[in-house]
Ligand binder design. Structure first.
Ligand code: GDP
Ligand code: MG
Length: 592
């Protein structure tokens, strides 16, 4: 235990976390530079493609330092704002962090957010400037900026080039000397925290755990404190990064346990595991489940509902920020209403459904929560406009957040413009050195889609933001319906602010028309709000001249062809609902 170091590498995206992790693994395993050239850590196919780290990985390494054997446990974490809670979870397993800063790009938004998260959790922080091989960098200036920004940082600022492997040995020396070992009571009862879990087709349910007290044994029964569920551990082990099984794991370790598949519903990430029988009902300090902000309905297009259901269970095991509950649609059948943290999270889940489970999906427009007051006196918080009759609505209140934006002072005017455009109400502006903190009250529906990207663009990547729920406030929110040939398309309604109905309504119509343009029947698409049509577009069917190729007068043949064409049209006419695909949603998100 004395020689265990549990640490994580955190940074703004692209500053080099995964590259540095690979270098540290190579160094400890005495592998040559770049022999781990596929980034072992980004093992999920999707991660490699998007170049981002979604699910964190923990890898155990042994290292000989001053003739003593050390066990270094390295956790690679995601850098995107949508995954901050994932980062926090893994940090619960660590005693320290390396905060990587790109020598050229310097301190960026997520650098500051990550520093504060680690600091608040009481972790030892080591700042490392990476990419010192790049030309035109000024390390002296960057160090000055770091000291100014992180006043309570009093350790040495380290330097390295993960690309070329400079400075790695020194980083490891600092990890050993400055990051504290875990402190726990070996002979006490067992307490282990479930940090993460996932489903593996060959191995079954895998729980990533950190042991805070006691010893965990293979083949013994354990209890999950949140639901008093008892089950047997099949196997325990550690990632090195390849799987290695052990008979037992002692406290201070981050490892995994494997349990039987039938227990999938009983697993809660953040739960405490203890011995069976359970005498000490003490939960470990744990992280909060993040609230879903963005909701869509998902229906399976190419698979049966039961398969879809089982796939969701497996996905959920690995992504506890996802929420889902049953939904039924007359058109699309059985599906789920799902909640996500943001757009990227939604995109990743849809992509994973397809890649890992081969499920193609039909989805609806995203919505957020609204507080709806009905004429009959009832009120409800809802995010799904589809089953609500607008005639019964008295008023709608929208979700307002307190938004804090941090940025270098020079971008202040553009930021204020952006906030005003998105119906923000200014509350405060605080100047500090070269930075400014801008506080706004702003509707969530204005900032959840593209706002963060816009902020990044206007501040050259330097601005960052965070927000939290403030109140529900009365607003001009309406329900927008889409009609195809005068019939409402169920499941495609959305809540929207009145000032946006024309822009968004027309864009949606244009996008849908493109979708229909190849169909052989007349199409009329309309947008209605409060039972009034506010926009209408039509395309005429294009009638193929099927008999043009028939020379001469064989009337029977002509009739046959015309009949066939008519049958085709009849079939298409029945097609008065359609399946929305991701591209339509993505176009929608670009304009909202
Ligand atoms: P992450 O998003 O923080 O995990 O960043 P990655 O490790 O994926 O690195 C982002 C990019 O920076 C990749 O193209 C790396 O090759 C590059 N990179 C990482 N470390 C260095 C370095 O020390 N020097 C240079 N020149 N490039 C680096
Ligand atoms: Mg990475």
């Amino acid at each position: 235990m004395k020689n265990i170091r549990n640490f994580s590498i955190i940074a703004h995206i692209d500053h080099g976390k995964s590259t540095l992790s690979s270098r540290i693994i190579e160094f400890c395993k005495k592998l040559s530079l770049n022999s781990l050239n596929i980034k072992v850590l980004d093992s999920m196919e999707l991660e490699k493609e998007k170049g981002i780290t979604i699910k964190s990985r923990c890898i155990s390494l042994n290292y000989l330092y001053n003739n003593e054997k050390y066990n270094l446990n390295l956790v690679d974490t995601p850098g995107h704002i949508d995954f901050n809670n994932e980062l926090k979870r893994y940090l619960y397993a660590c005693e320290g962090v390396l905060l990587i800063i790109d020598a050229l790009k310097g301190i960026e938004s997520q650098t500051v957010i990550n520093y504060n998260i680690a600091y608040k959790l009481g972790l030892k922080i080591l700042i490392v400037i990476n990419k010192i091989d790049l030309p035109n960098i000024n390390i002296y200036n960057l160090k000055k900026k770091i000291k100014k920004k992180f006043k309570n940082y009093n350790n040495k600022i380290l330097k390295c080039s993960s690309k070329y492997g400079f400075g790695i040995k020194n980083i490891i020396k600092y990890i050993i000397n400055y990051i504290p070992n875990p402190i726990c009571k070996i002979n006490n009862y067992l307490q282990a925290l479930i940090i993460d879990s996932y489903f593996d087709n060959y191995l079954g349910i895998i729980l990533i755990i950190k042991i805070f007290n006691g010893i965990l044994y293979e083949k013994k029964n354990i209890v999950f404190l949140s639901n008093n569920f008892v089950c047997k551990i099949e196997k325990i082990g550690i990632f090195k990064p390849e799987i290695k099984y052990y008979k037992y794991l002692e406290c201070g370790r981050i490892g995994f346990i494997i349990i039987r598949n039938k227990n999938i519903n009983k697993i809660n990430i953040g739960d405490t595991i203890t011995n069976y029988p359970n005498k000490n009902n003490i939960f470990l300090k744990t992280f909060k489940k993040p609230l879903s902000q963005l909701f869509i309905s998902i229906f399976p297009k190419n698979k049966k509902y039961n398969y879809f259901k089982e796939s969701f269970k497996k996905l959920y095991l690995n992504d506890y920020s996802l929420t889902y509950k049953k939904e039924f649609s007359k058109i699309f059948g059985k599906g789920y209403r799902c909640g996500f943290l943001g757009i990227l999270h939604m995109d990743i889940i849809l992509e994973r459904l397809y890649r890992e489970f081969n499920i193609k999906t039909i989805i609806t427009f995203p919505n957020i929560n609204y507080k709806i007051y009905f004429k009959n006196g009832k009120k409800k918080i809802l995010n799904n406009p589809n089953n609500i009759n607008e005639n019964e609505i008295l008023k709608i209140k929208e979700y307002i957040v307190k938004l804090k934006i941090y940025s270098p002072i020079k971008y202040i005017n553009s930021i204020i413009k952006l906030c005003i455009k998105n119906r923000g109400i200014q509350k405060n502006i605080i100047y500090k050195n070269n930075y400014v903190k801008i506080i706004y009250e702003i509707p969530l529906n204005e900032i959840i889609y593209n706002f963060y990207n816009n902020l990044k663009n206007i501040t050259n990547g330097y601005g960052y933001m965070k927000y939290k729920f403030l109140k529900y406030k009365k607003s001009n929110i309406v329900k927008l319906n889409i009609l195809l040939n005068k019939k409402k398309i169920n499941n495609l309604s959305l809540f929207i602010h009145k000032k946006k109905i024309f822009i968004i309504g027309n864009q949606i119509l244009d996008n849908l028309l493109k979708y229909f343009s190849k169909k052989m029947f007349n199409i009329n698409l309309q947008i209605s709000v409060n039972n009034k049509i506010i926009s209408s577009k039509t395309i005429k069917s294009y009638r193929k001249n099927v008999i043009s190729k028939c020379y001469g007068g064989d009337i029977n043949r002509k009739n046959k062809l015309l009949k066939k064409q008519k049958r085709g049209k009849m079939k298409l006419k029945k097609y008065n609902n359609f399946k929305i695909n991701k591209n339509i949603i993505i176009n929608f998100l670009k304009i909202i």
